[in-house]
Write a protein that binds this ligand. Sequence first.
Ligand code: SF4
Length: 334
Amino acid sequence: MEKILEVNDLHVTFTTYGGTVKAVRGVDFHVNKGETLAIVGESGCGKSVTANAIMRLIPDPPGKISNGTILFHGKNVTTNTEREMRSIRGVDISMIFQDPMTALNPTLTIGTQLMEGLRQHQSISANAAKQRALEMLELVGIPNPKERLKQYPHQFSGGMRQRVVIAIALICEPELLIADEPTTALDVTIQAQIIELFENIQAATGVSIILITHDLGVVAKIADRIVVMYAGKIIEEGTRREIFYNPEHPYTKGLLNSVPRLDIKGEKLTPIEGTPPDLFSPPKGCPFTARCPYAMEVCANVYPEATNLSDTHNVDCWLQDKRAKQLLEATTVR
Ligand code: SF4
């Protein structure tokens, strides 16, 4: 499968008066052409910072990509100039943010906002741009697109505004769409509609999607592969089936146990006790040690190397490390 994006050993830091926050600490993942990759984890685990780093939207200072490469079709975007990035953003890689109301300009019509990016990046006539804007509104399921083009954001409901934001993100036909919590600000019914819209758009356009979310229900519906982030690291990654049916990291299991299930009546949710570690001085060992019911002495002192459970399933946990199994077997024999 063709990889369109490869992130290698990405580190992002933020310098503050209180010290340096190590927000992303050596992240590796890739996105295949036409797939949906979900990045999941609690707030503050580094999901959005990773997405902003791909778009080179980390404000510098105080933020900095301190190490690593982000290869888009093999070209490292971390060394691009701002001018080069402007020709990539919205054209090759687009991003949708959490709150559709703040993503839209309240003083401009939807039509103007839809056509703005198109006319900036492509030499296209006003009529052709308008035609394309109408097509996009139709694609995202907005009724009466001709009328809607002349309206302002406040004349749209939350769900309709998110559809407009998706249309703007897709109007230049990007190869990669990064959606950062695209359904969080919407009610449940509208969330389902937006997720269905993503599926339809991917089928129609073949766009690759990075979906950033803490909502595992959304992930279960549309992700092909999932990476789980914790304290600025990827602690498990696998296909949707591997993560949902065979999770191996205690944190991933904790996330799944905290999701309400409609098929079990009266079931109590099990939250993950405790809080994530302080990223001003992250622990040298496994960052989940303080919250993990299976923590061992080694966990606090040495970070576990990734264990490959299959070609697609990797986990960073001492419980899965071959050396731990050998130790256990040796102990049992004696
Ligand atoms: Fe728990 Fe240790 Fe595995 Fe970390 S490495 S998740 S502390 S068992």
